[in-house]
Design a protein. Structure first.
Length: 307
């Protein structure tokens, strides 16, 4: 009897770069997570896959190896594998996982030792995109990696209100009753269970809505932050329109400026909630002169943030 061992390639997904290739692994950081610090902020360009130091790493697709500008990465085509030791020689050809139904793929390196456990510790950073970007979200690109699931529920720990412009150097918190142009901030994180590994990461998508407590009328939801790609949105000022510079963190949970908006060109717009907005106007439209003209008439409201 002849037994053929093979990996079934699904057209709607791709394989993982560590063994087992066709089984879900944990994800301890996602595309768009805040990195660096408030004076040098940047977006995370891919996902982190927790793995012990020394774990063998393989290229998903065949091609020629290129080294990243830093000293610990490789990319083959538009697939990047970072935080490696014992890298294969630059410019050498490698056989990818998808091309090895009857042979073994080429090992391109091993996961480096960070010295500490957990999401900040040993992991493979994996990203997809051309040099210079844009970098796509690996969890949704081409159907995402085989078997990935996101069954954990995100948590919104708190919602608070700030004077418009608080993303800048001066932040002013405001309290009820609210009046004028308001920035809404939320403190939240996602919880992942992919591959049976419990992890926490940043949020993929946020939206907000306003609900009148008396009339039960809802305004919204207004979808604001969505991370399908980065670069753009670019590092620097755009990051500080997403994450609060005054409470900046390089790991979840994060403080998000919920009222800002990632537009169809993948740039972050500095927006606000105008409590005085005239009915029928765009978000940055004119103020109402009378209560009867107001989009949000005087009354009691609930602000709701969904992640």
């Amino acid at each position: 009897m002849m037994v053929l061992n093979f990996i079934l390639i699904l057209l709607s997904s791709y394989l993982w770069p560590i063994r087992p290739f066709d089984t879900a692994h944990g994800v301890s950081a996602t595309l768009g997570d805040g990195r660096g610090n408030a004076t040098g902020p940047r977006f995370h360009r891919g996902i982190d896959i927790p793995a012990d130091s020394g774990t063998a790493v393989f290229s998903i697709y065949s091609g020629r190896v290129r080294y990243t500008k830093n000293s610990d990465g490789i990319y083959v085509g538009e697939y990047w594998y970072i935080h490696l030791t014992n890298r294969v020689e630059e410019n050498s050809p490698v056989t990818g996982i998808v091309d090895t139904t009857t042979s073994s793929p080429t090992q391109i390196g091993e996961v480096m030792d960070y010295g500490t456990p957990g999401p900040a510790g040993d992991h493979l950073h994996f990203q997809i995109g051309p040099t210079g970007g844009p970098y796509s979200n690996p969890l949704s690109y081409d159907g995402g990696p085989v078997g990935f699931s996101d069954n954990g529920n995100p948590i919104v720990y708190s919602v608070d209100f700030w004077k418009s412009g608080s993303e800048g150097e001066t932040a002013t918190q405001v309290y009820s009753p609210l009046w004028g142009k308001i920035d809404i901030r939320a403190y939240c994180q996602d919880r992942g269970t992919s591959g049976g590994v419990n992890t926490t990461t940043g949020i993929y998508k946020l939206e907000w809505l306003i609900k009148n407590k008396d009339t039960k009328i809802s305004y919204g939801p207004y979808q604001t932050l969505t991370f399908d790609q980065v670069q753009p949105p670019n590092n620097g000022d755009s990051v500080l329109l997403v994450y609060d510079r005054h409470n900046y963190s390089s790991g979840s949970p994060f403080y998000y400026w919920v009222t800002n908006y990632v537009n169809s060109s993948h740039n972050v717009e500095n927006r606000y909630w105008n409590t005085k907005l005239r009915k029928g106007q765009a978000w940055d439209g004119d103020d109402a002169d009378f209560n009867s003209e107001a989009e949000y008439p005087a009354g009691e409201y609930n602000a709701i943030v969904n992640a």
